[in-house]
Design a protein around this ligand. Structure first.
Ligand SMILES: Cc1cc2nc3c(=O)[nH]c(=O)nc-3n(C[C@H](O)[C@H](O)[C@H](O)COP(=O)(O)OP(=O)(O)OC[C@H]3O[C@@H](n4cnc5c(N)ncnc54)[C@H](O)[C@@H]3O)c2cc1C
Length: 354
């Protein structure tokens, strides 16, 4: 998938067949009713094999969180997802407001019981591949940047198109291409939030799934890089010295740092999952921390792996350079690490976030 920059259709189909597209959906819609802890464990496992598939799956889980919050609009989509026939994603980031996804510049228009969407979305994971798009837009008639709505738009509806290519440094199987919603008219009942409450759903419902899920993917990528480094150091040889590559202490030290960082990421994430399950005053701060900390750790871990495995990693003989590239995506995915740092600093100083 990475070499060809190809969407991991076989992996998504396999997840669907095994019921995993319904992992987080309620039993009444055919789902498994699992929460964030199990979802993070699943994402960590998938990311160890293919981070592109893991991110496609995470965006599906985030879309499903919106469906669960609006069963009257998304009941059919949930039943299809639980039976493996519906992949969801979020179409939030816009050309105009870039990574500030909470403030779309597009604005829906109300017309005869329908809402007409006109939006240029800059990145949509699974673009053209997903069956359901959770599209954000400013509320029809609303004026504040955060007065927003979320709507379910289905694949193949008039006006929906993939408007550019996807070719990136990492997560190359992700199909995170730009999409256009041009005069796309959908029934007003497809709203996935109460009037003007898109912002609340984005931050209150979806953000914890995305933040913790992204951290779990970073943990999985870190684990994969650590495992690849173990295999290379233990298996590689310095034949003229009759010793394994692991006989070099600086390489072992780099590996040890990788193990410590990876274990610390998992421990940090586990403590944040505890906080989400037993919410307290620090929970939102910890949710913010989760993605930034794990993303930075994965960049460090994969960089250490590249150094420890030298030319074999650089020349693409190992999975490490893919891990190295994939790890960098979490830093730029919104909320970006810069923005998270700003939010945490503001929260600590008692300042408003928006
Ligand atoms: C692999 C991948 C998949 C994605 N999938 C989706 C998806 O499914 N749906 C979706 O809606 N979006 C998706 N995105 C988009 C993503 O969430 C961001 O919107 C996008 O990466 C932002 O890129 P940009 O260049 O427009 O950022 P910009 O906003 O231009 O940011 C540029 C730089 O400025 C910094 N910056 C921005 N604002 C601030 C601030 N207030 N304070 C300090 N620094 C700041 C950023 O950290 C960054 O370093 C995806 C992105 C990637 C990489």
């Amino acid at each position: 998938m990475d070499a060809q920059g190809r969407f991991p259709r076989e992996a998504v189909d396999a997840l669907g067949k095994a019921g995993f597209l319904g992992l987080t959906l309620p039993a009444e819609f055919g789902g498994m009713g699992q929460g964030i802890r199990v979802t993070c464990a699943v994402l960590d496992e998938i990311a160890q094999r293919c981070a592109s598939t893991a991110m496609v799956y995470l965006m599906h889980v985030c879309g499903c969180a919106c469906y669960v919050a609006a069963p009257q609009a998304a009941g059919a989509a949930m039943r299809q997802a639980a039976s493996g026939r519906h992949l969801s994603t979020l179409a939030w980031s816009e050309k105009g407001s870039r990574s500030h996804f909470w403030a779309p510049v597009s604005q829906g228009v109300q017309e005869d019981g329908r809402v007409v969407l006109n939006a240029q979305k800059s990145w949509v994971t699974s673009a053209g591949e997903a069956d359901g798009y959770v599209v954000s837009t400013r509320t029809p008639g609303g004026s504040a940047p955060t007065d927003t709505m979320l709507y379910l738009v289905l694949k193949g509806e008039k006006g929906v198109s993939v408007s550019g290519p996807w070719s990136a440094l990492g997560l190359r199987g992700n199909a995170s291409a730009p999409m256009a919603f041009d005069h796309c008219a959908i029934p007003a009942e497809r709203a996935l939030c109460a009037p003007s409450k898109g912002f609340d759903t984005m931050l209150g419902v979806v953000l914890p799934w995305f933040q913790l899920g992204s951290a779990a993917i970073s943990a999985g990528v870190s684990e994969a890089a650590t495992a690849a480094t173990v295999a290379h150091l233990a298996g590689g040889r310095l034949e003229h010295l009759n010793s394994p590559l692991a006989s070099l202490p600086n390489l072992r030290a780099r590996l040890a740092q990788m193990r410590i960082e990876t274990d610390r990421t998992r421990a940090h994430l586990a403590s944040i999952i505890d906080a989400v399950e037993q919410p307290g005053p620090q929970t939102m701060l910890m949710v913010l921390e989760s993605k930034a900390a794990a993303a930075e750790a994965a960049v460090r871990v994969t960089d250490l792996g590249m150094q420890a495995c030298g030319g074999a990693a650089f020349s693409r003989h190992l999975s490490l350079e893919r891990n190295f590239r994939d790890a960098r995506a979490a830093t730029v995915m919104a909320p970006t690490t810069d923005v998270i740092h700003d939010f945490i600093g503001r929260a600590l100083c008692g300042m408003e976030l928006f």
